[in-house]
Design a protein around this ligand. Sequence first.
Ligand code: APR
Ligand code: PHB
Length: 389
Amino acid sequence: MRTQVVIIGGGPAGLLLSQLLHRQGIETLLLERQSRDYVLARIRAGVLETGTIDLLREAGVGERMDREGLVHEGIYLATANRGFRIDFERLTAGSVMVYGQTELTLDLYQARDAMDAILLHEVEQVQIHDADTNAPYVSFIHGGREQRIDCDFIAGCDGFHGVSRKTIPASLLREFERVYPFGWLGVLSQTPPVSDELIYASHERGFALCSMRNPNLSRYYLQVPLQDSVEQWSDDAFWDELKRRIPHDAADSIVTGESIEKSIAPLRSFVAEPMRWGRLFLCGDAAHIVPPTGAKGLNLAASDVFYLWQALRQYYQDNDEQGIDNYSARALSRVWKAERFSWSMTRLLHHFPQQSSFDQRMQQADIEYLEASVAAQTSLAENYIGLPY
Ligand code: APR
Ligand code: PHB
């Protein structure tokens, strides 16, 4: 077999890149380790930046998002029972779109099916070969058969635990990481959201976040110790703790209900440099991870995809390698700004177990300054809605 671009990984990055390249007339073949149902069952944040929204429309998958997505023109920050709003519209004339990643992935799958895309699921033992030559290829097992596909380029969209980043020689790779001393316990409930916009609450007991998927599907999070397990948290215990951490008016009005999904995720900041080795390009979580506090994971995957789509289009249409040569530096420039924002939001709002009393006073002063300063709020707003591509 042969194709122009092999895409490893069928999450948001892989599916969106394959859709954009295919619409450009560039041949792709996508290899996904899990089943389609497994991929679609993932519960992930769905706060879309302007750039992501524009790219999805460009890919021809924005119709249901525009119909069902919720436009949010601000968020609430809260501390010690006092909340204040960051008004994106007034400060930046911008907004974000709340649209669950599950829905986005479904839209991408339907668009890929409509174009008869070649998406192979339940692929095993994917291996990348000769990526540092002009004749790379990928071997894998599918349907019990060992297979090989020769290609021009390989897009490693296979997430943090994928094979792509690990293919780059350790001597050429630089990794930067911060692991946070807590996790997020997330609950999905078929209840109306407590607020029309997201509430990010800082509390001495720990961070809490009130989010949503649609007018009758809410998503809530609690900062929990790393050693906690989901089994320790009954629904009642979750709701009681959430009410302790969010402002009283929200706690008094929240509609609680049975959790239909409950999970704990660790928090990490991570970047691998470079995002290219020969004919292999890393894209999305394969190259970087952010703590979810800034809602940047999906949006960074989108900007990586934009840069790689542009670079490959330039190669195939203009026989110009400048885009692929610049891809890593261009993507990393935006990645590091989003890493900074996600780290700063995490540091601002979470209770760090070992933090000193001085650090606690710094957190309080940061939040008070944010509440009082248009300049500080504008900085947060422009990062939250997404810096330019
Ligand atoms: N071979 C084939 N597929 C693989 C392999 C492999 N060796 N390893 C991982 N995969 C698949 C995973 O099953 C997953 O479907 O690659 C896909 C990677 O998808 P994500 O982890 O979602 O990463 P990405 O597409 O970069 O999305 C970035 O979206 O998933 C959200 O918030 C999440 O930050 C993340 C963002
Ligand atoms: C979510 O809705 O899952 C969500 C929203 C905003 C975040 C993180 C997660 O910062």
